[in-house]
Write a protein that binds this ligand. Structure first.
Ligand code: GMT
Length: 374
């Protein structure tokens, strides 16, 4: 098939899922066209079945806000017609579903180009629920030819908040278990932490919803009992406050802020525990990537994380903001080798048996066929 994919090309789970999906589809022989304002991170544009089309947004003194949504719609229509795309698949409802809707209308007299919208989380739970965006987000979902959500939780929230009556297909996020895999113990040379010291990792876009400072507080608790080192991967508005808190709590020598990283599959296996203390996650992609690498998660019991992690089996889920409980789980994992090995193996098994690309990508292919068949 010929598929156009639009996403936010910056750091963030929705863009990563869209990019990885495009790469997997291309590997399966589909022709994939990324239509975005920048080259998506993690994209390998040298792949023979991947083409990249940049969206330019011309400005004019009258435009206080350059109309990106419209420029994207025009570009989508142009690419779809020129390359005879079978469908457009947009990730994150705002504004991508509206651009795709406009593109479909532009082309309607000449050809049929259906579009699928995949909901990722904050497009529904935070941004889309804002009164300024609510009606347009609802319209985008209702006009989509296909609608998917990355978890049951998100599907239920979409129905509850927006009163959507049409089918919302749940297709969960996925991970390539060949790329994301545990490191051999003897290969785990960690250049960041002192030798022999256990490593905690947090990986996110450092937005307030991630409660990044909780990672620092958990580290401080853990350090009262056992040596540990925290690797903070990613960047965003909460990085500065987290660095400040590390200094205030006197733990700044035990944490490294690595900023945005592209090759996270090389970093994650260096960790012993993955922390995700978020206030809300519709899925929690970093946790899944960690599990595939055999890194047990200690996360919060919220949203889609409860569909991913089985508490006590392949990770631990504790209440939001409960630093003591999360630190206690980390301590258990760092000090009990048998427990760590058991949870790490179960986490890898969960990734392999439920979330592997080989299981999930065919679900998208099947859905594409259904939507194209009308
Ligand atoms: O994380 C965000 O702030 C937004 C969004 C994004 O663009 O990355 O993340 C959401 O989509 C991810 C990929 O499907 C999910 O793994 C995240 O759980 C979800 N974030 C939230 O629900 C807060």
């Amino acid at each position: 098939m010929k598929i156009g994919i639009t996403c936010y090309p910056t750091y963030g789970g929705s863009g990563i899922v869209a990019t990885e999906l495009g790469l997997e589809l291309a590997s399966r022989g589909h022709e994939v066209h990324f239509i975005t304002y920048d080259n998506p991170i993690r994209l390998d544009p040298s792949h023979p079945h991947i083409l990249y089309h940049e969206v330019e947004v011309p400005t004019y003194p009258l435009f206080h806000f350059p109309p990106y949504t419209l420029a994207l719609a025009s570009r989508m229509a142009e690419v779809a017609e020129r390359y005879s795309l079978d469908l457009l698949h947009v990730h994150y409802a705002i504004p991508h579903s509206i651009s795709a809707f406009l593109a479909r209308e532009i082309l309607a007299v000449r050809c049929r180009v259906p579009f699928i919208t995949t909901l990722h989380g904050t497009d529904i739970t935070f941004v889309g629920a804002e009164p300024s965006y609510f009606p347009i987000t609802k319209l985008g979902m209702e006009k989509s030819d296909g609608l998917t959500a990355v978890s049951e939780y998100l599907r239920n929230e979409t129905v509850r908040v927006f009163g959507i009556e049409r089918e919302i297909r749940v297709i969960r996020n996925f991970v390539n278990c060949e790329i994301y895999r545990p490191a051999r113990k003897d290969a785990r040379q960690n250049p960041y932490a002192p030798p022999g010291v256990k490593v905690l990792m947090h990986l996110s876009n450092f937005r307030p919803v991630k409660r990044v400072q909780d990672c620092i507080r958990i580290l401080a608790e853990v350090l009262r009992r056992t040596p540990a080192f925290l690797l903070m991967v990613g960047d965003g508005p909460e990085r500065g406050p987290a660095e400040q808190l590390a200094r205030e709590l006197g733990v700044d020598q035990h944490v490294a802020f690595l900023g945005k990283q592209n090759q996270v599959h090389r970093l994650i296996p260096l960790a012993d525990v993955m922390l995700l203390p978020s206030r809300l996650e519709s899925f929690g992609l970093a946790v899944l990537e960690g599990m595939a690498c055999g890194v047990p998660p200690v996360a919060t019991r919220v949203g889609g994380l409860t569909e991913l992690v089985t508490h006590g089996v392949d990770g631990f889920l504790e209440p939001v903001g409960d630093i003591e409980a999360q630190a206690a789980r980390v301590l258990e994992l760092l000090t009990d080798e048998e427990l760590h090995s058991r949870i790490a193996a179960a986490a890898r098994y969960t990734a392999l048996s439920r979330f592997c690309t080989s299981l999930v990508i065919p679900m998208y292919e099947e859905y594409y066929r259904q939507v194209c068949a009308g």
